[in-house]
Design a protein around this ligand. Structure first.
Ligand SMILES: Cc1cc2nc3c(=O)[nH]c(=O)nc-3n(C[C@H](O)[C@H](O)[C@H](O)COP(=O)(O)O)c2cc1C
Length: 189
């Protein structure tokens, strides 16, 4: 596939349009290797990835439901159940984790987060190139420290969401892309 065609066509697939089978181990390996070429100031490798798939998805659903219920003790059971189900819609989740070098002399934490975001973007592109749908989703549970600890993250790590990926079912809507020039200006000195 032409690289520019892939870039112009890059789009997310809503989670309700994702289904089994997910990328296999070889394809997952390709997606993760694509992430490793993200620009990375001082080669800090500020990203970590967390794979979640069967048989662990129901446990993640329980974690999401429990965390939501403890943040919202008066929530209707339907809302808690929705949290349990939402996180399990795609057959393969790739957690995007920033692993920050704190007080680095040359690379502020913002730059490290940006590198992680580009790495995640490479995963999205690779998934699409392999013929799978993918979407990066977050939500308040990703920022819940109880969830982070349950997932084994350390204090300098932050869960920035999950890339949800899988085969595509139905006809997901496509977004039209905007012209870049209204968002661009040239500094003339
Ligand atoms: C870090 C990050 C977190 C996101 N979290 C959500 C989310 O929780 N829910 C959501 O609907 N979209 C979320 N998005 C946006 C989708 O991933 C996607 O970009 C959006 O649906 C637009 O589709 P497109 O990628 O085809 O332009 C997030 C994007 C990023 C970069």
């Amino acid at each position: 596939m032409n690289a520019l065609d892939l870039l112009f066509d890059r789009h997310s697939t809503p989670a309700k349009h994702l289904c089994a089978p997910p990328p296999d181990d070889t394809q997952l390996d390709i997606m993760l290797r694509a992430a490793m070429s993200a620009p990375d100031h001082a080669a800090l490798v500020p990203w970590r990835f967390l794979i979640v798939r069967e048989p662990a998805l129901p446990a993640l659903g329980e974690l999401w439901a429990t965390a939501y219920a403890s943040r919202h003790p008066h929530a209707e059971p339907e809302l808690v159940q929705r949290q349990r189900e939402k996180i399990q819609r795609a057959p393969l989740l790739i957690g995007i984790i920033s692993h920050l070098s704190e007080n680095h002399p040359r690379v502020p934490e913002l730059e490290q987060h940006l590198a992680v975001a580009v790495a995640a973007g490479h995963i999205l592109l690779a998934a699409q190139a392999l013929g799978y749908g993918a979407i990066w989703l977050s939500g308040e549970s990703c920022r819940d420290r109880h969830v982070s600890h349950a997932l084994g993250l350390s204090e300098n790590e932050h869960l920035l969401g999950f890339i949800n990926t899988g085969s595509i079912k139905g006809n997901p809507p496509l977004r039209t892309r905007q012209d870049p020039w209204p968002y661009t200006r040239e500094w003339m000195g």
